[in-house]
Ligand binder design. Sequence first.
Ligand code: MLT
Length: 316
Amino acid sequence: MPDLPTVVVADPIDAAAVERLRQGPCRVVDATAGPEALAAALPEAWGLIVRSRTKVTADLIGRAPKLTIVARAGVGVDNVDLGAARARGLRVVNAPGAATQSVVELSVALYLLLIRGLQGSIDSTRRGRWDRSTHGRELAGKTVGFVGYGRIARAIASALGPFHIATRAFDPLLETSPDATPLLGLDEVLSGSDIVSVHAALTPQNHHLIDAAAIAKMRRGSYLVNVARGSLVDEAALFAALESGQLAGAALDVFETEPPTRAELVNHPRLIPTPHIGAATVEGQARAGRDVVDELLRALRGEPLMSQVPLPGGRP
Ligand code: MLT
């Protein structure tokens, strides 16, 4: 019997999805224990499944001479060196829609936590206070501005319908708006929104897109939410803006380094920090695992792929 191709699971994904892969025409190696397990598995890897923990660098690709396909069980592929993948002739697939609803729900939860000042109420009640004074505002009547208007931001705009809010968006990749949300320049989104919500993919060009100058253009007393990628926001500038009152509050699900290293920011009373859990729901992870396993099974059978990521310079 010919050797079956080896699929290496580098980061923990949905267990049912891994079990389904095991029923396919491949050998599955669990290398989720850490870098040593991954290093031992790479020489035989035909396929590699990652979430965001494993960085698929040129070096890693070089240590996997039999590799043909990288499957990202999630949306963002900023942890995959797409140029190196292209140079090696690898295919890269992801699960672009798997986490949309999960990220939508987290985003709306963060907007409500911020605008109602709920974290402060929770903390003070736990400390034994009973503060029923008027504070917080309604979401209704406010404007949410999206920086990046892809699948997730559009789904948030749609979900916000019953809250009677206005939306506006900046997205240099779009020529026209796909819905009723007007597409505007970045400055107009920053200056015209009560909540600026960041949903762009991270590229070398948009590192610190939300820097001190951008935050200065936001309405005084407005809010910033980032559930996309940490490096889109300059954390030092964000901390200064929370201190000065330029921003009334912020919520970060993602950080410049993860886990975060700026204790003063994480512990700031007007920051709500969460540990990159936008996609980490039972349903979201089940869909992400299912979608990448479907892609790998298609690749193993020589069938066309459904969610191949475009590589710089075109597909190999
Ligand atoms: C994604 O890009 O899918 C999310 O950030 C979640 C993850 O990294 O798994």
